[in-house]
Design a protein around this ligand. Structure first.
Ligand SMILES: [Ca+2]
Ligand SMILES: [Ca+2]
Length: 104
């Protein structure tokens, strides 16, 4: 996944779940949104029980916002799962989880 963030009193952190299971509990994003991106790769065996539908969930763990001062957010440029890329831009600006669905 290709991600950038806006820092405010610290860098944003995210967790990844695939099909409801924790794949990575905490990753820090240091790339500044607007000037840079970071690419993160996570591996695992996700083809459980013959299911071909998969849900990737990205959670912003440490949202922070203060009017006129700063906003800690994540910005997702693309998510690739098993070679399939979804490139819609998704902003994660608060603690609402965002999901990507893949059928492979
Ligand atoms: Ca994109
Ligand atoms: Ca925020």
């Amino acid at each position: 996944m290709k991600i950038a963030g806006t820092a405010y009193k610290g860098d944003p952190k995210f967790a990844i779940h695939v099909d409801g299971k924790v794949v990575d509990a905490e990753t820090v994003v240091t790339a500044d949104y607007g000037t840079d991106w970071q690419t993160f790769t996570f591996t695992g065996d996700f083809d459980a029980a013959g299911s071909q539908k998969h849900k990737i969930e990205i959670d912003l763990l440490n949202d922070l916002w203060s009017r006129g001062k700063g906003d800690r957010n994540l910005y997702v440029d693309a998510v690739t799962f098993n070679g399939v890329t979804q490139s819609q831009d998704v902003a994660i600006t608060n603690q609402i989880d965002k999901d990507w669905f893949f059928t492979i």
